[in-house]
Write a protein that binds this ligand. Structure first.
Ligand code: HEC
Ligand code: HEC
Length: 311
Protein backbone atom coordinates (compact mmCIF):
# COMPACT_ATOMS: atom_id res chain seq x y z
CA UNK A 1 0.00 0.00 0.00
CA UNK A 2 2.74 2.46 0.87
CA UNK A 3 4.45 1.80 -2.45
CA UNK A 4 1.22 2.61 -4.24
CA UNK A 5 0.63 5.64 -2.07
CA UNK A 6 4.14 6.86 -2.74
CA UNK A 7 3.74 6.48 -6.49
CA UNK A 8 0.42 8.30 -6.33
CA UNK A 9 1.91 11.12 -4.32
CA UNK A 10 4.74 11.49 -6.77
CA UNK A 11 2.27 11.64 -9.63
CA UNK A 12 -0.43 13.85 -8.26
CA UNK A 13 0.63 15.49 -5.03
CA UNK A 14 -1.92 18.30 -5.31
CA UNK A 15 -4.77 15.96 -6.06
CA UNK A 16 -4.57 14.48 -2.62
CA UNK A 17 -6.26 17.54 -1.21
CA UNK A 18 -7.92 19.30 -4.10
CA UNK A 19 -10.50 16.78 -5.31
CA UNK A 20 -11.49 16.15 -1.73
CA UNK A 21 -11.95 19.87 -1.15
CA UNK A 22 -13.86 20.80 -4.27
CA UNK A 23 -16.82 18.47 -4.09
CA UNK A 24 -18.41 19.39 -7.38
CA UNK A 25 -20.42 16.58 -8.94
CA UNK A 26 -17.54 15.71 -11.21
CA UNK A 27 -14.82 15.58 -8.64
CA UNK A 28 -16.89 13.93 -5.92
CA UNK A 29 -16.07 10.38 -6.96
CA UNK A 30 -12.34 10.95 -7.47
CA UNK A 31 -12.40 12.89 -4.23
CA UNK A 32 -13.94 9.89 -2.52
CA UNK A 33 -11.25 7.63 -3.99
CA UNK A 34 -8.59 9.98 -2.71
CA UNK A 35 -10.19 10.09 0.73
CA UNK A 36 -10.16 6.30 0.72
CA UNK A 37 -6.50 6.34 -0.21
CA UNK A 38 -5.71 8.87 2.49
CA UNK A 39 -7.58 6.68 4.92
CA UNK A 40 -5.65 3.66 3.73
CA UNK A 41 -2.36 5.47 4.18
CA UNK A 42 -3.39 6.13 7.75
CA UNK A 43 -3.96 2.42 8.20
CA UNK A 44 -7.75 2.29 7.80
CA UNK A 45 -8.61 -0.83 5.79
CA UNK A 46 -10.94 0.40 3.06
CA UNK A 47 -11.86 -2.68 1.08
CA UNK A 48 -12.52 -0.48 -1.94
CA UNK A 49 -8.96 0.75 -2.00
CA UNK A 50 -7.54 -2.72 -1.37
CA UNK A 51 -9.61 -4.16 -4.20
CA UNK A 52 -8.32 -1.52 -6.58
CA UNK A 53 -4.75 -2.07 -5.52
CA UNK A 54 -4.98 -5.62 -6.87
CA UNK A 55 -5.11 -4.25 -10.39
CA UNK A 56 -1.84 -5.03 -12.13
CA UNK A 57 -1.28 -1.57 -13.64
CA UNK A 58 -1.62 0.08 -10.26
CA UNK A 59 0.88 -2.27 -8.65
CA UNK A 60 3.47 -1.79 -11.36
CA UNK A 61 6.20 0.60 -10.22
CA UNK A 62 6.14 4.02 -11.83
CA UNK A 63 7.68 3.92 -15.28
CA UNK A 64 7.54 0.12 -15.53
CA UNK A 65 5.29 0.29 -18.55
CA UNK A 66 8.20 1.58 -20.58
CA UNK A 67 8.59 4.77 -22.55
CA UNK A 68 6.71 3.35 -25.53
CA UNK A 69 3.57 2.40 -23.56
CA UNK A 70 0.76 4.35 -25.14
CA UNK A 71 -2.14 2.00 -24.43
CA UNK A 72 -4.84 3.76 -22.43
CA UNK A 73 -5.05 2.47 -18.88
CA UNK A 74 -8.18 0.70 -17.71
CA UNK A 75 -11.08 2.90 -16.75
CA UNK A 76 -10.75 2.29 -13.02
CA UNK A 77 -7.23 3.71 -13.04
CA UNK A 78 -8.62 6.94 -14.44
CA UNK A 79 -11.25 7.03 -11.72
CA UNK A 80 -8.66 6.22 -9.11
CA UNK A 81 -6.38 9.05 -10.19
CA UNK A 82 -9.33 11.42 -10.37
CA UNK A 83 -8.91 12.06 -14.09
CA UNK A 84 -11.86 12.93 -16.30
CA UNK A 85 -12.95 10.94 -19.34
CA UNK A 86 -10.20 9.39 -21.46
CA UNK A 87 -8.77 11.86 -23.99
CA UNK A 88 -10.09 11.71 -27.55
CA UNK A 89 -6.98 10.28 -29.22
CA UNK A 90 -8.01 11.30 -32.74
CA UNK A 91 -8.59 14.92 -31.69
CA UNK A 92 -5.31 14.92 -29.77
CA UNK A 93 -3.57 13.87 -32.96
CA UNK A 94 -4.81 16.76 -35.08
CA UNK A 95 -4.58 19.07 -32.08
CA UNK A 96 -0.87 18.34 -31.68
CA UNK A 97 0.47 20.55 -34.51
CA UNK A 98 -1.87 23.35 -33.35
CA UNK A 99 -0.55 23.01 -29.80
CA UNK A 100 3.05 22.95 -31.04
CA UNK A 101 2.53 26.03 -33.21
CA UNK A 102 0.69 28.17 -30.67
CA UNK A 103 1.45 26.98 -27.16
CA UNK A 104 4.65 24.99 -26.87
CA UNK A 105 6.98 28.00 -26.97
CA UNK A 106 5.69 28.91 -23.50
CA UNK A 107 4.18 25.73 -22.05
CA UNK A 108 6.77 23.31 -23.42
CA UNK A 109 6.36 20.68 -26.16
CA UNK A 110 4.64 18.20 -23.82
CA UNK A 111 2.86 20.87 -21.73
CA UNK A 112 5.14 20.39 -18.75
CA UNK A 113 5.96 24.06 -18.66
CA UNK A 114 8.72 26.41 -19.74
CA UNK A 115 8.29 30.09 -18.93
CA UNK A 116 4.56 29.47 -19.01
CA UNK A 117 3.20 27.21 -16.30
CA UNK A 118 3.11 23.41 -16.39
CA UNK A 119 -0.33 22.53 -17.80
CA UNK A 120 -0.09 18.84 -16.94
CA UNK A 121 -0.28 19.80 -13.26
CA UNK A 122 -2.67 22.72 -13.68
CA UNK A 123 -5.78 22.38 -11.54
CA UNK A 124 -7.77 24.22 -14.20
CA UNK A 125 -6.69 21.70 -16.83
CA UNK A 126 -7.33 18.74 -14.53
CA UNK A 127 -10.88 20.02 -14.02
CA UNK A 128 -11.41 20.44 -17.76
CA UNK A 129 -13.25 17.64 -19.54
CA UNK A 130 -13.32 18.65 -23.19
CA UNK A 131 -12.02 22.17 -23.48
CA UNK A 132 -14.74 24.03 -21.57
CA UNK A 133 -12.32 25.37 -18.93
CA UNK A 134 -9.35 25.78 -21.27
CA UNK A 135 -11.22 27.56 -24.08
CA UNK A 136 -12.01 30.83 -22.23
CA UNK A 137 -8.37 31.18 -21.13
CA UNK A 138 -7.16 30.60 -24.69
CA UNK A 139 -9.80 32.85 -26.32
CA UNK A 140 -9.39 35.79 -23.93
CA UNK A 141 -5.86 35.31 -22.62
CA UNK A 142 -4.84 36.81 -19.29
CA UNK A 143 -3.58 40.22 -20.21
CA UNK A 144 -1.97 40.96 -16.86
CA UNK A 145 0.04 37.76 -16.50
CA UNK A 146 1.58 36.96 -19.88
CA UNK A 147 -0.95 34.52 -21.36
CA UNK A 148 -1.78 35.88 -24.84
CA UNK A 149 -5.30 35.76 -26.29
CA UNK A 150 -5.88 33.55 -29.33
CA UNK A 151 -9.13 34.97 -30.76
CA UNK A 152 -8.32 33.41 -34.14
CA UNK A 153 -8.54 29.81 -32.86
CA UNK A 154 -11.95 28.18 -33.38
CA UNK A 155 -13.80 26.14 -30.74
CA UNK A 156 -12.92 22.99 -32.69
CA UNK A 157 -9.24 23.86 -32.83
CA UNK A 158 -9.18 24.59 -29.11
CA UNK A 159 -10.89 21.25 -28.50
CA UNK A 160 -8.07 19.49 -30.37
CA UNK A 161 -5.46 21.42 -28.39
CA UNK A 162 -7.22 20.59 -25.11
CA UNK A 163 -7.30 16.90 -26.00
CA UNK A 164 -3.60 17.01 -26.82
CA UNK A 165 -2.94 18.48 -23.35
CA UNK A 166 -5.15 15.81 -21.74
CA UNK A 167 -3.20 13.12 -23.57
CA UNK A 168 0.01 14.51 -22.04
CA UNK A 169 -1.53 14.09 -18.59
CA UNK A 170 -2.44 10.54 -19.51
CA UNK A 171 1.08 9.76 -20.68
CA UNK A 172 2.62 11.40 -17.62
CA UNK A 173 0.35 9.38 -15.35
CA UNK A 174 1.19 6.15 -17.15
CA UNK A 175 4.91 6.59 -17.22
CA UNK A 176 5.36 8.20 -13.86
CA UNK A 177 7.32 10.97 -15.53
CA UNK A 178 7.06 14.29 -13.81
CA UNK A 179 10.46 15.80 -14.27
CA UNK A 180 10.83 19.52 -14.60
CA UNK A 181 13.05 20.17 -17.55
CA UNK A 182 15.62 22.81 -16.85
CA UNK A 183 15.47 24.64 -20.12
CA UNK A 184 17.03 27.89 -18.97
CA UNK A 185 20.69 26.95 -18.96
CA UNK A 186 21.21 26.40 -22.69
CA UNK A 187 21.34 28.89 -25.55
CA UNK A 188 23.88 30.38 -27.92
CA UNK A 189 24.13 34.18 -27.81
CA UNK A 190 25.74 34.38 -31.28
CA UNK A 191 22.83 32.51 -32.86
CA UNK A 192 20.48 34.67 -30.84
CA UNK A 193 22.10 37.77 -32.32
CA UNK A 194 21.58 36.46 -35.86
CA UNK A 195 17.94 35.67 -35.10
CA UNK A 196 17.46 39.12 -33.59
CA UNK A 197 18.88 40.85 -36.66
CA UNK A 198 16.60 38.83 -38.93
CA UNK A 199 13.35 39.08 -36.96
CA UNK A 200 13.45 41.78 -34.30
CA UNK A 201 15.59 44.62 -35.62
CA UNK A 202 12.70 46.05 -37.66
CA UNK A 203 11.12 47.21 -34.38
CA UNK A 204 13.95 47.15 -31.84
CA UNK A 205 17.54 48.26 -31.51
CA UNK A 206 20.03 46.89 -28.98
CA UNK A 207 21.61 50.33 -28.70
CA UNK A 208 18.23 52.09 -28.55
CA UNK A 209 15.09 50.85 -26.82
CA UNK A 210 16.64 47.55 -25.69
CA UNK A 211 19.99 48.99 -24.54
CA UNK A 212 20.89 47.53 -21.15
CA UNK A 213 17.83 45.27 -21.18
CA UNK A 214 19.79 42.63 -19.18
CA UNK A 215 19.79 45.01 -16.23
CA UNK A 216 16.00 45.13 -16.34
CA UNK A 217 15.46 41.34 -16.54
CA UNK A 218 18.58 39.67 -15.15
CA UNK A 219 16.81 36.30 -14.61
CA UNK A 220 16.79 34.07 -17.74
CA UNK A 221 13.18 33.03 -17.09
CA UNK A 222 12.02 36.65 -16.76
CA UNK A 223 13.90 37.61 -19.91
CA UNK A 224 12.45 34.72 -21.89
CA UNK A 225 8.92 35.50 -20.74
CA UNK A 226 9.35 39.19 -21.56
CA UNK A 227 10.73 38.71 -25.05
CA UNK A 228 8.16 36.06 -25.97
CA UNK A 229 5.14 38.02 -24.79
CA UNK A 230 5.87 41.55 -23.51
CA UNK A 231 2.33 42.41 -22.48
CA UNK A 232 2.15 45.24 -20.01
CA UNK A 233 -0.32 45.75 -17.22
CA UNK A 234 -0.89 49.32 -18.30
CA UNK A 235 -4.23 50.68 -19.46
CA UNK A 236 -5.25 49.78 -23.00
CA UNK A 237 -5.87 52.48 -25.54
CA UNK A 238 -9.08 52.06 -27.49
CA UNK A 239 -11.37 53.80 -29.94
CA UNK A 240 -15.10 53.47 -29.34
CA UNK A 241 -17.48 54.13 -32.22
CA UNK A 242 -20.99 55.05 -31.04
CA UNK A 243 -24.21 54.11 -32.84
CA UNK A 244 -24.34 57.70 -34.12
CA UNK A 245 -20.98 57.22 -35.84
CA UNK A 246 -19.19 59.47 -33.37
CA UNK A 247 -15.73 58.14 -32.38
CA UNK A 248 -14.13 58.56 -28.97
CA UNK A 249 -10.56 57.67 -28.04
CA UNK A 250 -9.15 57.08 -24.58
CA UNK A 251 -8.05 54.34 -22.21
CA UNK A 252 -10.36 51.43 -21.41
CA UNK A 253 -11.62 51.64 -17.85
CA UNK A 254 -13.78 48.54 -18.22
CA UNK A 255 -14.54 46.17 -21.08
CA UNK A 256 -16.54 42.96 -21.09
CA UNK A 257 -19.45 41.44 -23.02
CA UNK A 258 -21.93 43.71 -21.26
CA UNK A 259 -20.35 47.04 -20.50
CA UNK A 260 -17.66 49.26 -21.99
CA UNK A 261 -16.20 52.27 -20.17
CA UNK A 262 -13.72 54.67 -21.64
CA UNK A 263 -11.71 57.32 -19.84
CA UNK A 264 -11.18 60.22 -22.20
CA UNK A 265 -8.16 62.52 -22.33
CA UNK A 266 -10.19 65.08 -20.38
CA UNK A 267 -10.51 62.53 -17.55
CA UNK A 268 -14.22 61.90 -18.08
CA UNK A 269 -15.48 58.30 -17.89
CA UNK A 270 -18.20 57.32 -20.38
CA UNK A 271 -20.06 54.00 -20.18
CA UNK A 272 -22.14 52.14 -22.81
CA UNK A 273 -23.69 48.71 -23.17
CA UNK A 274 -21.08 46.82 -25.21
CA UNK A 275 -23.71 45.63 -27.70
CA UNK A 276 -24.40 49.24 -28.78
CA UNK A 277 -20.84 50.30 -29.64
CA UNK A 278 -17.87 49.13 -31.68
CA UNK A 279 -14.60 48.87 -29.76
CA UNK A 280 -11.22 48.91 -31.52
CA UNK A 281 -8.20 48.00 -29.43
CA UNK A 282 -5.02 48.36 -31.48
CA UNK A 283 -2.87 45.25 -31.11
CA UNK A 284 0.48 46.71 -30.07
CA UNK A 285 1.88 43.23 -29.88
CA UNK A 286 0.91 42.12 -33.38
CA UNK A 287 4.62 41.69 -34.19
CA UNK A 288 5.13 39.44 -31.18
CA UNK A 289 1.93 37.51 -31.86
CA UNK A 290 3.12 36.77 -35.40
CA UNK A 291 6.46 35.48 -34.11
CA UNK A 292 5.04 33.15 -31.44
CA UNK A 293 4.29 30.23 -33.76
CA UNK A 294 7.67 30.59 -35.46
CA UNK A 295 10.04 30.13 -32.51
CA UNK A 296 11.68 26.81 -31.85
CA UNK A 297 12.75 26.21 -28.26
CA UNK A 298 16.33 26.80 -29.37
CA UNK A 299 15.44 30.17 -30.93
CA UNK A 300 13.96 31.32 -27.61
CA UNK A 301 16.94 30.14 -25.59
CA UNK A 302 19.43 31.67 -28.04
CA UNK A 303 17.55 34.99 -27.95
CA UNK A 304 17.46 34.89 -24.16
CA UNK A 305 21.23 34.43 -23.96
CA UNK A 306 21.77 37.21 -26.46
CA UNK A 307 19.57 39.72 -24.65
CA UNK A 308 21.17 38.72 -21.32
CA UNK A 309 24.52 39.73 -22.81
CA UNK A 310 23.25 43.30 -23.37
CA UNK A 311 24.36 44.65 -20.01
C1 HEC B 1 3.76 33.80 -24.56
C2 HEC B 1 3.63 32.70 -23.69
C3 HEC B 1 2.37 31.84 -23.74
C4 HEC B 1 1.79 31.23 -24.85
C5 HEC B 1 2.24 31.30 -26.29
C6 HEC B 1 0.67 30.47 -24.33
N1 HEC B 1 0.58 30.62 -22.98
FE1 HEC B 1 -0.83 29.76 -21.78
N2 HEC B 1 -0.07 30.80 -20.19
C7 HEC B 1 1.05 31.60 -20.20
C8 HEC B 1 1.28 32.16 -18.88
C9 HEC B 1 2.43 33.07 -18.46
C10 HEC B 1 0.22 31.66 -18.06
C11 HEC B 1 -0.03 31.95 -16.59
C12 HEC B 1 -1.08 33.01 -16.49
C13 HEC B 1 -1.51 33.24 -15.06
O1 HEC B 1 -0.73 32.94 -14.15
O2 HEC B 1 -2.63 33.71 -14.88
C14 HEC B 1 -0.60 30.81 -18.93
C15 HEC B 1 -1.73 30.14 -18.50
C16 HEC B 1 -2.43 29.20 -19.25
C17 HEC B 1 -3.52 28.38 -18.76
C18 HEC B 1 -4.12 28.46 -17.38
C19 HEC B 1 -3.41 27.50 -16.46
C20 HEC B 1 -3.93 27.59 -15.06
O3 HEC B 1 -3.65 26.64 -14.31
O4 HEC B 1 -4.55 28.58 -14.68
C21 HEC B 1 -3.93 27.58 -19.80
C22 HEC B 1 -5.03 26.54 -19.76
C23 HEC B 1 -3.09 27.90 -20.92
N3 HEC B 1 -2.19 28.88 -20.56
C24 HEC B 1 -3.18 27.28 -22.15
C25 HEC B 1 -2.50 27.72 -23.28
C26 HEC B 1 -2.74 27.20 -24.60
C27 HEC B 1 -3.73 26.08 -24.93
C28 HEC B 1 -1.92 27.90 -25.45
C29 HEC B 1 -1.85 27.79 -26.94
C30 HEC B 1 -3.07 28.01 -27.68
C31 HEC B 1 -1.15 28.83 -24.63
N4 HEC B 1 -1.54 28.69 -23.34
C32 HEC B 1 -0.17 29.70 -25.13
C33 HEC B 1 1.86 31.85 -21.28
C34 HEC B 1 1.59 31.44 -22.57
C1 HEC C 1 6.41 44.55 -35.19
C2 HEC C 1 7.21 45.10 -34.13
C3 HEC C 1 7.95 44.16 -33.21
C4 HEC C 1 8.75 43.07 -33.51
C5 HEC C 1 9.03 42.46 -34.86
C6 HEC C 1 9.30 42.61 -32.26
N1 HEC C 1 8.86 43.40 -31.23
FE1 HEC C 1 9.45 43.30 -29.31
N2 HEC C 1 8.12 44.75 -28.79
C7 HEC C 1 7.32 45.44 -29.67
C8 HEC C 1 6.49 46.38 -28.93
C9 HEC C 1 5.45 47.32 -29.52
C10 HEC C 1 6.84 46.23 -27.57
C11 HEC C 1 6.32 47.01 -26.39
C12 HEC C 1 5.09 46.43 -25.77
C13 HEC C 1 4.56 47.31 -24.64
O1 HEC C 1 5.34 48.09 -24.08
O2 HEC C 1 3.41 47.18 -24.31
C14 HEC C 1 7.88 45.21 -27.53
C15 HEC C 1 8.52 44.82 -26.36
C16 HEC C 1 9.61 43.96 -26.32
C17 HEC C 1 10.39 43.66 -25.14
C18 HEC C 1 10.16 44.23 -23.74
C19 HEC C 1 11.01 45.45 -23.53
C20 HEC C 1 10.97 45.96 -22.11
O3 HEC C 1 11.63 46.94 -21.83
O4 HEC C 1 10.26 45.37 -21.27
C21 HEC C 1 11.37 42.78 -25.51
C22 HEC C 1 12.44 42.18 -24.61
C23 HEC C 1 11.20 42.53 -26.91
N3 HEC C 1 10.12 43.25 -27.37
C24 HEC C 1 12.01 41.68 -27.65
C25 HEC C 1 11.76 41.34 -28.97
C26 HEC C 1 12.50 40.32 -29.68
C27 HEC C 1 13.64 39.52 -29.09
C28 HEC C 1 11.97 40.26 -30.93
C29 HEC C 1 12.34 39.35 -32.06
C30 HEC C 1 12.34 37.91 -31.75
C31 HEC C 1 10.92 41.27 -31.01
N4 HEC C 1 10.81 41.88 -29.80
C32 HEC C 1 10.19 41.55 -32.14
C33 HEC C 1 7.32 45.30 -31.04
C34 HEC C 1 8.01 44.34 -31.77
Amino acid sequence: MSKLGGAFLRLFPERLILPAMSMSSRSFLPGLAVLCLTGALLGVPFSEVLARSQEPNLQAPAGAQGAGAKAPPVRSTRDFLGLGPAPDAAAAKWGEPLYKANCSACHGPTARGAQGPNLVRSVLVLHDEKGEEIAPVVKNGRASSGMPAFPQLSETEIYGIAEYIHLQIELAANRGLYSHSNTMTSGDAQKGKAYFEAHCATCHSVTGDLAGIAGKYPQPSAMLARLAWPSSRGAREATVTLASGEKMTGTLAHYDDFETSLKTAAGKVETWPTATVKVDIPDKLAGHRALLPKYSDDDLHNLTQYLLSLK
